[in-house]
Design a protein around this ligand. Structure first.
Ligand code: SAH
Length: 506
């Protein structure tokens, strides 16, 4: 068997998008991913579905593998011919023990590559509005471990030299030793007035920054309970934050927003919220499953050419329909006779991906409005196919029937209640750690209320902003005793996001 290869990859500081293109390519082609604690787990989603994913992170309360065991694991996997990505937070060679791992691989004769990453030492500072160098302030930067007890006799750090030897000092892993670090710096000649900052969970939506001076930062940190993972920045450049703080000024920064859509669909909403600085928390209240009985759909597919209209009401509906079409060994050529209607711009885009031109997209995305617009387009006796979810509302098919059309409503997918753990969500709701809940359909509200099983839902949600995608969803929420704070004007994900934005910036 040929030997594998190991990529020592820097995952970047936390914001998943700060991984390098090369790093991402390594993840995408690996058989095995071995990752650390500070790696954004979203990156694991880019691994091939059959990749083996191994967590080896250390955390104060949980010790998984020691360093020599990790080294051995890398060697073993590579000897078995695997392509391995060893994924580390930040840069692999900046206090990441990447050097030691590379040495072991080299000694074992295993091919390896280093893919540098964006280190938190620079990126967390940047996201706090602090440039680590600046012509007006300093031309030197030192990155130092704060892991070592600075007061121990045989310290590897020459405090007498480092304290004033570089303009900007960035300490990693230093929170536990913060009082000793600041004391050492001052004892060794650094002015107590020197600006200092702490940045926790830098580049992530949870980022927190604390600013002070060398003299008081440690006391401030203690009183705020400021903990790891954080970097400590000491130097005049910290004062630039007043002008350059940008990330924490994003309009939804600091807001934790619950996304209740299905796992497959959540990411579009999550990403849009994250761009605005919010922290999306995915808690799918619905999941999409195959219909129990495919026969009605298969029959419709067999007779596809006889339909005058096919009306798609959701992206899921489109995707599941075409999956089954191909399963039946058919393709879009069978749709030549039908006009296509898509409810909503996303549904239209989903159809366009199959090379189809959509004949009609209603201006409003509610069944009642669509019907008004369809009058005159649909004639009595027209055969209409409506591929939908099992629980879809009956308004549309009933009204179309009322117009004399012959409607075949077939189930292309089922919606089930989500299977997530409700405990942590309940806790966060009680402690006010969730700011907004988003509902993108009636079923997300219904299932969410069911899943929580709270006796008094209205008091549980009293401190939370409830955001609904449209009036139908809002009405369902109302019926279930959920107070609604905002409803999107345009019933799309973009509409929902802009309504949330408007609500918080009014
Ligand atoms: N190789 C990593 C550093 C690993 S040491 C890098 O280049 O970033 C772990 C330390 O990095 C933590 O104790 C903390 O000081 C720092 N750190 C990592 N990610 C961080 C983040 N998102 N925000 C603040 N500090 C972070």
């Amino acid at each position: 068997m040929s030997k594998g290869v190991v990529y020592l990859v820097g995952a970047g500081p936390g914001d998943a998008k700060l991984i390098t293109v090369k790093g991402l390519e390594c993840i995408q082609k690996s058989d095995t991913i071995i990752y650390d604690r500070l790696v954004n787990i979203r990156l694991l989603g880019f691994a091939p579905a059959k990749a083996e994913i191994i967590y080896v992170g250390k955390s104060p309360d949980r010790h998984t593998l020691g360093q020599s065991e990790i080294n051995q694991l890398l060697v073993d996997k590579a000897l078995r011919g695997k392509t391995v990505t060893r994924l580390k937070g930040g840069d692999p060679f900046v206090f990441g023990r990447g050097g030691e791992e590379a040495e072991v691989l080299s000694e074992a004769g295993i091919a390896f590559e280093i893919v540098p990453g964006v280190t938190s030492a620079i990126a967390a500072a940047a996201y706090a509005g602090i440039p680590v160098t600046h012509r007006d302030f300093t031309s030197t930067l030192a990155i130092i471990t704060g892991n070592e007890d600075p007061l121990k006799e045989d310290s590897n750090i020459d405090w007498a030299k480092i304290s004033t030897g570089a303009g900007t000092l960035v300490f990693l892993m230093g929170m536990a030793n913060l009082p000793q670090i600041t004391k050492q710096l001052m004892d060794n000649g650094r002015s107590p007035e020197t600006p200092a900052a702490l940045v926790r969970w830098g580049t992530r939506p949870q980022q927190r920054t604390l600013v002070g001076t060398l003299a008081d930062i440690s006391r401030k940190a203690a009183s705020e309970g400021f903990k790891n993972p954080a970097i400590i920045i000491v130097g005049e450049v910290v004062s630039l934050r007043e002008k350059l703080n940008w990330f924490e000024k994003k309009p939804l920064f600091g807001k934790r927003i619950l996304v209740t859509r299905s796992r497959e669909q959540a990411s579009v909403l999550s990403e849009a919220l994250e761009v605005l600085g919010a922290e999306p928390l995915e808690f799918p209240a619905i999941s999409v499953a195959e219909p129990e009985d495919y026969r009605p759909l298969d029959l419709a597919i067999k007779d596809l050419t006889k339909y005058k209209w096919v009306i798609f009401t959701s992206v899921n509906g489109v995707e599941q329909f075409f999956r089954r079409l191909h399963y039946n060994n058919r393709d879009i050529r069978d749709l030549y006779g039908a006009k296509l209607c898509a409810i909503g711009p996303k549904t239209r885009e989903a159809l366009e991906k199959y090379g189809l031109i959509v004949d009609y997209v209603p201006n409003e995305f509610r069944a009642e409005e669509i019907l008004k617009e369809l009058q005159g387009k649909v004639a009595a006796g027209d055969k209409i196919l409506l591929p939908r979810a099992d629980i879809a509302r009956k308004v549309l098919p009933e009204a179309l029937t009322g117009m004399g059309a012959l409607v075949d409503e077939v189930t292309v997918y089922c919606t089930l209640t989500g299977a997530g753990q409700t405990g942590p969500i309940l806790d966060m709701l009680k402690t006010g750690e969730i700011n907004v809940i988003t509902f993108t359909s009636s079923s997300t509200v219904r299932n969410f209320v069911d899943m929580l099983g709270a006796a008094d839902i209205s008091s549980l949600l009293s401190g939370v902003t409830v955001a609904c995608i449209g009036p139908v969803t809002a009405a369902t929420a109302g019926e279930l005793g959920v107070r609604v704070d905002l409803v999107a004007e345009e019933y799309t994900i973009e509409g929902l996001v802009s309504a949330i934005l408007k609500y918080f910036n009014k």
